[in-house]
Ligand binder design. Structure first.
Ligand SMILES: CCCCCCCCCCCCC/C=C/C(=O)SCCNC(=O)CCNC(=O)[C@H](O)C(C)(C)COP(=O)(O)OP(=O)(O)OC[C@H]1O[C@@H](n2cnc3c(N)ncnc32)[C@H](O)[C@@H]1OP(=O)(O)O
Length: 261
């Protein structure tokens, strides 16, 4: 089937607070404009629907989550276009990273270059045992220019990040889980189902409280400790005065499941 017949990105209706975004651009989910624009369209749909609490990003291409920026297109653009297209890719990934909801990358197969940078822009990562991860840009004379040099060290530490980026090697899923690059390791081919199960579990909690946890944890990487403690207290205070905390505390005392918004 031609690429034009099948959109590069599809997204589901919202099911109990969960939206699934599926990357389906053959042959390798190369991150060219079809995927960049499709990802933005999917995020527009999520923003338009106030009921989305968790987004799962998965691939429908066997063997690939996403193989990175589109090298075929890269060979055909000049420096100005390279930067312009790069800005569009970076914009889409940063929009994913700042989505006002939890995002989970479900990785079966290869997540390389911009494909891993897309996964690292998500809140959490679930990897199947057959998944492999890498930032091989130095093989192309480039660097991971869609957030990889900033997000990978924050996830795995400076030394491991340099090892992965300087050697351009592919990191198997069990190692990726051991070093903190992925958060859940499941059976081969099982990442999407496991991510959806995790999403359902997350949807039973308070999203405003989860957003505050993400904000305060992310602040820890760029904030002196005392300032971070103050930020944490301020977040806690705001939540305690919110209806969410009142519902959560009341539900506990009434021995029932909280009904969060
Ligand atoms: C209009 C938009 C323009 C976009 C371009 C400009 C954007 C600029 C962005 C700025 C940079 C941001 C930072 C990100 C940078 C990157 O991500 S650079 C790319 C990093 N990724 C890689 O280096 C991986 C390249 N691929 C491979 O190494 C191998 O393909 C593989 C993944 C290891 C699989 O190997 P194998 O099983 O042998 O299969 P292949 O035959 O090699 O591949 C199958 C088909 O898939 C195509 N393909 C694979 N990767 C890409 C890719 N990244 N871009 C485009 N196409 C890719 C490959 O060409 C094969 O296609 P066919 O030959 O047509 O079958």
């Amino acid at each position: 089937m031609s690429e034009t017949a099948t959109p590069a990105v599809a997204w589901s209706d919202v099911d109990a607070g969960v939206m699934t975004i599926t990357l389906q651009r053959r042959p390798a989910n190369a991150l060219g404009l079809p995927i960049i624009d499709g990802l933005n369209a999917a995020l527009d749909a999520a923003d338009a629907d106030g009921s989305v609490k968790v987004i799962v990003v998965r691939s429908d291409i066997p063997g690939f989550f996403a193989a990175g920026a589109d090298i075929k297109h890269m060979s055909a653009v000049d420096a100005e276009s390279f930067t312009a297209y790069g800005d569009r890719l970076r914009g889409a990934l940063n929009r994913l990273a700042s989505a006002d909801r939890i995002t989970i990358a479900a990785v079966d197969g290869l997540a390389l270059g911009g494909g891993l940078e897309l996964a690292m822009a998500c809140t959490l990562r679930v990897g199947g045992a057959d998944a492999k991860f890498g930032l091989p840009e130095v093989k192309l004379g480039l660097i991971p220019g869609a957030g990889g040099t900033q997000r990978l060290p924050r996830l795995v530490g400076r030394g491991r990040a340099l090892d992965i980026m300087l050697t351009a090697r592919q990191v198997p899923a069990d190692e990726a889980h051991a070093i903190g690059l992925i958060d859940r390791l499941v059976g081969a081919g099982g990442a999407a189902d496991a991510a959806l199960a995790l999403a359902a579990e997350l949807c039973t909690m308070s999203l405003p409280a989860q957003r505050a946890v993400i904000r305060t944890v992310d602040a820890a990487f760029d904030t002196p400790l005392d300032e971070g403690f103050r930020f944490e207290v301020a977040q806690e205070q705001d939540l305690f005065e919110s209806g969410e905390a009142k519902e959560g505390i009341t539900a506990f005392l009434e021995k029932r499941t909280p009904r969060f918004v």
